[in-house]
Design a protein around this ligand. Structure first.
Ligand SMILES: [Fe+2]
Ligand SMILES: [Fe+2]
Length: 133
C-alpha cells in the first residue's frame, strides 16, 4: 500500500472526498502491481490510472468553473503539472517497461504531490464550494 486513506486530508465536500478515496484505491492497486513487477497488470492498471486521474481533475475543474472560483487557474496549473508527468511516465513505460522507474515516481513524487495538493488546493476549494454540492 502506497497511500493510507488517513494520509490524505478530508475536505469539506463529499464529492471531492469520494474522488480522492477512489483514486487512493486505484493508485494502491497500481502500486502493488508495480512493486510485484507484474508487467501485464501494470499495462492494464496504468490505463485505469490515466482515466481516473483525468476524471478526478476534470470533475474538480468543472466544479470550480461553475462556481467562478478565484483560484481556478493556479489550481488547474497544479493539475496540469501532474497530468504532464503522468503522461511522460506512461510514454516511458510503453518503451522501457521499467517498474522501478514507476515505483520511484509513485513513492517520491506522486504521493507527496497528492498529499500536498489536497491539503493546499482541494481543501481551500472545498471551503469555497461549501457542503451544498
Ligand atoms: Fe483532488
Ligand atoms: Fe485538485
Amino acid at each position: 500500500m502506497l497511500i493510507k486513506p488517513h494520509e490524505v486530508q478530508q475536505v469539506s465536500n463529499e464529492v471531492i472526498n469520494m474522488l480522492h478515496d477512489e483514486e487512493i484505491e486505484i493508485i494502491n492497486s497500481f502500486y502493488d502491481a508495480v512493486v510485484a513487477k507484474d508487467i501485464e497488470k501494470i499495462d492494464e492498471l496504468f490505463k485505469v490510472v490515466l482515466f481516473d486521474v483525468e476524471d478526478h481533475f476534470q470533475t474538480e475543474e468543472e466544479m470550480m468553473k461553475q462556481n467562478n472560483y478565484t483560484n481556478y487557474q493556479v489550481h488547474k496549473n497544479d493539475h496540469d503539472t501532474m497530468r504532464e508527468k503522468i503522461a511522460k511516465f506512461f510514454e516511458r513505460w510503453l518503451v522501457l517497461k521499467s517498474p522501478l522507474e514507476l515505483q520511484d515516481f509513485l513513492e517520491t513524487d506522486f504521493k507527496k504531490w497528492l498529499v500536498l495538493h489536497v491539503s493546499k488546493w482541494d481543501s481551500e476549494m472545498a471551503l469555497h464550494l461549501g457542503h451544498a454540492m
